[in-house]
Design a protein around this ligand. Sequence first.
Ligand SMILES: Cc1cc2nc3c(=O)[nH]c(=O)nc-3n(C[C@H](O)[C@H](O)[C@H](O)COP(=O)(O)O)c2cc1C
Length: 174
Amino acid sequence: MIQAIVYTSNTSSTEQYARLLGQETGLPVCALTEAKKALNSGTQILYLGWVMAGSIQGYADAARLFQIPMVCAVGMEPDAKQQELREKNGIPQDAALFALQGGYSPDRLHGLQKLMMRMFTGSMVKKLAAKADRTPGEDDLLDLMQHGGSRVSPEKLTVPLKWCREHLGGARHE
Ligand SMILES: Cc1cc2nc3c(=O)[nH]c(=O)nc-3n(C[C@H](O)[C@H](O)[C@H](O)COP(=O)(O)O)c2cc1C
């Protein structure tokens, strides 16, 4: 039985999604650092982690300790490629994987992370700005990279929530 929602977040968007999912499902929510102390190994959890250079932060650690039938990867892109994320992070085929758009908070980044993102967004902004036939998703990504901001919204959890309803036996965990 799924017992908790566990997350790893750097600038809070993943935490916000975890808490929204917790409100909707009634499952307790905690950060991976707390879960390592509070939950027995082998406990079934839902895992949410932020994406850094394609790697879902904390997932490998969490997967060593817990059973994870569903993962949410929170990144900046609106249409992240799920198969790439699955392969790069070694997520088994029988686990559900959802990619959620978080945001970009340049003011909250420091050191190497700030530098990496400055380089990454710099080249992406140039590429996207020069593209004539941008999709609405690419327009929004361009705006996000130029100005920062949050794209966290409850609507983006519709599909993961449907999965939860199908796998939590219909009853809210209170
Ligand atoms: C160093 C660094 C690398 C990142 N790499 C990616 C990436 O590969 N793909 C992506 O979609 N987002 C990437 N992002 C954006 C974050 O995943 C995004 O801002 C996310 O919302 C952060 O979640 P958080 O607020 O919970 O920390 C990166 C951010 C940083 C700081």
